[in-house]
Design a protein around this ligand. Structure first.
Ligand SMILES: [Zn+2]
Length: 482
């Protein structure tokens, strides 16, 4: 077997991947903050690391890979959204988490082994914070707990920033209780309307954790705790270092730098994870995506325009470390390109008789997950298939290579794609938006009169037309059901 090589942000080099324990390859990826629909930029790490998860399972066996991806369900943005809508915070996080799960399932993403939520790990975070204070890396000031960055001589190693430069370049508006401008929050007091827990370190007022501490606490718990408990029973030390840490390139500094500082200080280790992988930026139609530019597109909206596999395929046509320019044109050409595979397999598809993969395909994936080259290798397989007229064993192997390769990239039912695409287009074309708007406003009128029976009847009628409703503070929104 050829070896897997991954580009490690820590060394800025492509390195041979050697897991600490091949019987349990450990990977952690920073997950979403659940306050709104996930946008297409959020989908990139989810899809990229899903491919890596599938590749690791292929190489080491599905039961020998542990993948943890968290959910950040305590955050200022969530509090702000709850206040804006006048609903409890838990309602926002529950609703958004469900939307997120639905969206990424449509993109063919496997569930991670564990998906811990921050609010369910407050005790672990507090224990870690207290250890950081005891180890001299953190201090209490004005009901906050702050991490003292000068306690870590290698702070800035991942992002290659020197602490002196950071301190010299700091602007003046720094909270007066911080010892150094770069010191970051581990714990802070909560305002009365915000979620609050009893504070660590003898701090009187209730508070809540900072964002960075979440990932340090949850990665260790879900990747190591079970083993560490056994090791400590046997009187042995736990390494607390895992294999792969992933996320978007925007997280390198400060988030990942801070995770490293916390985890290393808490465990007395010199590294948190051995391989740090980061996917590149995503732009939309050549511009940075932002709400003010009005080019902020959610996965949810895109799934109304395109089947999920088109979005996934379009994403994988660019190497994960390259910047990606997301365009409607790209989605159109991804559809055409993907259709080629579906047409070759025909309506009935092909049930592979082996787990054969095209060597060039696997080589490409092993070379730092080069998905565009892997896709090109699949096209070659198709070309070879078409240029041969004899139905022989070699042809069967080509079909195996195609179906197995597509499955490894996360496409399970390629043969059914064309039929799905046609059904999808028909459904979109068959809806008269004016008719829907009329029914939606009739339902709103019924609701205003508290005529719930009538409101429900109209909702059912719309559901039969394939329309889903969502009641929001700005009124009822509708969309095509999936
Ligand atoms: Zn994180």
């Amino acid at each position: 077997m050829s070896e897997l090589r991954l580009y490690n942000t820590l060394t800025r080099e492509k390195e041979r991947f050697e897991p600490i324990d091949p019987r349990n390859v450990r990977m952690y990826v920073c997950g979403p903050t659940v306050y709104d629909y996930a946008h297409i930029g959020n989908a990139r790490p989810i899809i990229v690391f899903d491919v890596l998860y599938r590749l690791l399972r292929h190489l080491y066996g599905a039961e020998h890979v542990t993948y943890v991806r968290n959910i950040t369900d305590v955050d200022d943005k969530i509090n702000a959204r709850a206040a804006e809508e006048g609903v409890p915070i838990a309602e926002i996080t529950a609703r958004t988490t469900e939307q997120f799960h639905r969206d990424i399932a449509a993109l063919g993403v496997l569930e991670p082994t564990h998906e811990p939520r921050a609010t369910e790990h407050i005790e672990e975070m507090k224990a870690m914070i207290e250890r950081l204070v005891a180890n001299g890396c953190a201090y209490v000031a004005e009901d906050h707990v702050l991490f003292d960055v000068t306690s870590r001589p290698d702070y800035g190693r991942l992002s290659r920033r020197s602490l002196e430069e950071m301190i010299a370049g700091a602007r003046v508006e720094v909270a007066p209780f911080k010892r150094n401008p770069q010191d970051f929050v581990l714990w802070k007091p909560s305002k009365s309307s915000e979620p609050a827990w009893a504070s660590p370190c003898g701090i009187g007022p209730k508070g809540r954790p900072g964002w960075h501490i979440e990932c340090s606490a949850m990665s260790d718990k879900w990747l190591w705790q079970e083993v560490c408990d056994k090791l400590s029973e046997a009187g042995r030390a736990c390494p607390h270092v895992f294999d792969i840490h992933g996320g978007g390139v925007d997280l390198v500094f400060p988030h990942h730098e801070n995770e490293i500082a916390q985890s290393c200080c808490a465990h007395g280790s010199d590294q948190m994870a051995r391989y740090w992988l980061h996917n590149g930026y995503l732009q939309v139609e050549g511009e940075k995506m932002s709400k003010s530019l009005g080019n902020f597109i959610t996965i949810h909206e895109l799934l109304e325009e395109w089947p999920g596999e088109v979005l996934r395929f379009n994403m994988l046509r660019t190497h994960y470390r390259q910047p990606l320019n997301w365009t409607a044109q790209g989605c159109r050409s991804a559809t055409t390109e993907f259709m080629k595979f579906g047409r070759l397999l025909g309506k009935d598809g092909w049930e592979p008789r082996s787990n054969h993969l095209a060597p060039a395909f696997l080589e490409a994936l092993l070379d730092d997950m080069n998905t565009p080259a892997a896709i090109a290798a699949l096209h070659e397989v198709c070309d070879e298939f078409r240029s041969t007229s004899v139905a022989d064993l070699e042809q069967e192997r080509r079909l195996d290579a195609l179906v197995n390769g597509l499955a490894l990239l996360g496409f399970d039912d390629v043969a059914g794609f064309e039929a799905r695409l046609i059904a999808f287009k028909k459904r979109r074309a068959g809806i008269d938006p004016e008719q829907v708007e009329i029914l939606v406003s009739e339902r709103e009128a019924a609701r205003a009169k508290r005529d719930w029976a009538e409101a429900d009847r109209i909702r059912d009628e719309l559901r039969d037309m394939g329309i889903e409703l969502e009641d929001t503070p700005e009124g009822t929104k509708w969309r095509l059901a999936r």
